[in-house]
Design a protein around this ligand. Structure first.
Ligand SMILES: [Mg+2]
Length: 367
């Protein structure tokens, strides 16, 4: 038996490099909750979770108050036992966003230390299907950009070798969206995927109307068209839309994904390893999607998702947002439109501890 001998957690506010605006919000800073654990055989691991600006101190409090005291003495090899024991101890607040984010911070630390103990990189430990995958750009498609800025940015993405980019939609009129997308399509040609993201901003009727307009431009997927808990609405839309429907970044449990799959309400699954509760449940979502012949294109967190999407046979795209490059020494840099999973043991992230310390938050300031 190899037990966890210590566990700690702290919060870091990582500034955003790019102004990121969509139909409903602006990404202010990445509140990142880190969990560090050590084991009786002399290894250490670090996991993390995040929010885009609210609730980070609540996640940290749940980790510190409820999870950390249970971890010391647990057998670190038993990932399912750890995850389910912690989950069972949060029945009053589960399933839910804060609890899943807190579970993810611990679960990714457990996977990190086990990978290091076994000298195995995450992409191999999680299945090892391949070690590189296509990535798509998100940083040049924000809703506040002018058409000229949009065209210039996505054209630069194409010139870099990437074969896809995502553009936010949700302008007040259909024409407002279509005008932007038409300009991008004219600039990049037909042999380039354009995805669109509505950030849950439409009604079913409006989404059906807009999807028809987007379809004429060969759009690859329509992401989060409706409020995330409107499964029946997504199913209705999916039956009417020639554009595949993508969902998942706002789902917080394996069961919520199963509900979408059962309802035939999603064509692309965008499971987020932090929001679903860690690597342990992320893999279950990937596998249940595979069983239904649905690809997985994970949301954000490319530093973890490059390894996870590569690990499974139905991994389709990695979303390129280099949000962590300011706090790590081994940036995931695209090459000819592809990203490669790190080959070092564990999560494969070499943290810049000095920068993390500089951006560390004393949560006492927030109460
Ligand atoms: Mg999105």
């Amino acid at each position: 038996m190899t037990v966890i001998t210590s566990a700690s957690a702290h919060l870091v506010d990582i500034p955003v490099e790019t102004v990121r605006t969509d139909a409903i919000q602006s990404f202010q800073s990445q509140e990142t909750v880190f969990v560090d654990i050590a084991t009786s055989d002399g290894h250490a691991g670090r996991g993390y979770s995040y929010t885009i600006g609210t609730g980070g101190s609540a996640v940290l409090a749940l980790v510190r108050d409820v999870f950390l005291p249970q971890l010391v003495g647990m057998d670190v090899r038993r990932t399912e036992h750890i995850w389910n024991t912690l989950f069972a101890s949060t029945r009053a607040t589960a399933p839910g966003a804060i609890t899943s984010l807190a579970l993810a911070a611990v679960d990714t630390a457990v996977w990190d230390v086990n990978g290091r103990r076994e000298d195995t990189p995450l992409w191999v430990a999680a299945g090892g299907y391949r070690n590189e995958l296509d990535c798509y750009d998100t940083e040049n498609g924000w809703l506040h950009l002018s058409i000229d800025e949009l065209v210039e940015g996505v054209s630069a993405v194409e010139a870099s070798g990437m074969r896809a980019a995502k553009v936010k939609v949700g302008k007040p009129t259909v024409h407002g969206d279509v005008e932007r997308l038409r300009a991008v399509r004219a600039a990049v040609g037909d042999d380039f995927e354009i995805f669109v993201d509505a950030i849950q901003s439409f009604t079913v009727a409006e989404a059906i109307r807009r999807a028809a307009a987007y379809a004429d431009l060969g759009i690859g997927w329509l992401e989060e068209p409706l409020p995330a808990d409107n499964v029946a609405g997504h199913a209705q839309l999916a039956r009417h839309s020639a554009v595949p429907i993508a969902v998942g970044e706002t789902l917080y449990s394996v069961g919520q994904f199963q509900t979408y799959v059962d309802a035939e309400a999603a064509s692309i699954i965008q499971v987020d390893v932090a929001r679903v509760g860690g690597i342990t449940p992320w893999l279950k979502v990937a596998h249940l999607s595979e069983a239904a012949n649905i690809p997985v294109a994970p949301h954000f967190l490319m530093e973890l998702h490059v390894s996870l999407a590569c690990a499974v046979p139905n991994g389709m795209w990695v979303e390129h947002i280099p949000q962590l490059r300011g706090v790590m020494h081994n940036e995931i840099a695209p090459h000819a439109g592809m990203v490669t999973a790190p080959d070092s043991a564990g999560l494969g992230i070499v943290w810049n501890d000095a920068q993390l310390a500089a951006w560390s938050v004393d949560t006492a300031d927030r109460i």
